[in-house]
Design a protein around this ligand. Structure first.
Ligand code: SF4
Length: 241
């Protein structure tokens, strides 16, 4: 580490490493869905350094900002490891664009979810096929539905376990780790982008505001998920016996 970290923070980092190792021990084939956001820089570093048997992929929706592609190249240079990119199905994408136009997702919630379905959810399903668990960088602070998640839970929607090692981390701790380890990160974060997704659906937010307010900002707060994580959490989404 470039900076001294407190013992408490070191223990928190060790707990993440242990959870990732436990996931591999218990579930065998584990894959990390790398969002390329700030949390993803922490998980990329921990996985590449300590648990490299966890596979990694990112979804290239076709609408990512140039800054995100530049970040991908920096990550690959630092770790000497290629992140598998998964793309939307070409025919489904053509059909979507024929139906709603290039930026049809601004037209309605239904159209937006349709775009996320083709560009994100279907590629995600293909990418996790054959794995027994997937890793995500969600944190409780990010939204009300994420607040009630568990570090290890059964993801009934996708049919595999979901591991969320950073659930209890704060945004400040994420950035403390990034700076201490001098990790690469998306340059958009230096321009007040707190949560980064597709270019047309992401914008900068006021300092101190809701970190996810820049995603799908034209919608009601409760609908602002792409569908990979539940918009409304079912009462009993827990590990099956
Ligand atoms: S975030 Fe926007 S551009 Fe990206 S898949 Fe969803 S609706 Fe489409």
């Amino acid at each position: 580490m470039g900076q001294i970290l407190s013992l408490e923070f070191e223990q928190q980092i060790a707990a993440v490493r242990e959870l990732l190792r436990t996931a591999v021990r218990e579930h065998g084939r584990v894959v990390y869905a790398n969002s390329l956001g700030a949390e993803a820089m922490v998980l990329t570093d921990l996985i590449a350094t300590f648990v490299p048997e966890i596979d990694m992929f990112s979804i290239d929706t076709g609408r990512l900002p140039d800054e995100t592609h530049a970040l991908l190249a920096r990550i690959e240079a630092r770790y000497g490891r290629r992140i598998r990119l998964v793309h939307p199905d070409a025919r489904a994408l053509e059909a979507l664009l024929a139906a709603q136009g290039t930026n049809g997702f601004y037209g309605s919630l239904e159209a937006r979810l349709g775009c996320c379905q083709v560009r994100k959810l279907e590629p995600f399903r293909r990418a996790v096929a054959g794995y027994r668990a997937w890793v995500t960088g969600v944190r409780r602070e990010q939204s009300a539905t994420r607040a009630s998640g568990a570090a290890l839970e059964w993801d009934a929607g996708h049919g595999l376990y979901k591991v969320s090692p950073l659930l209890d981390w704060t945004e400040g701790q994420i950035w403390h780790y990034i700076r201490a380890r001098q990790l690469p990160y998306n340059s958009l974060h230096d321009r007040q982008f707190r949560s980064i997704g597709c270019a047309p659906c992401t914008r900068a937010v006021e300092p101190g505001g809701d970190g996810r307010a820049g995603r799908w900002w034209w919608e009601q707060a409760e609908s602002r998920e792409c569908g990979l994580h539940p918009r409304v959490r079912a009462a009993a989404v827990r590990t099956p016996a």
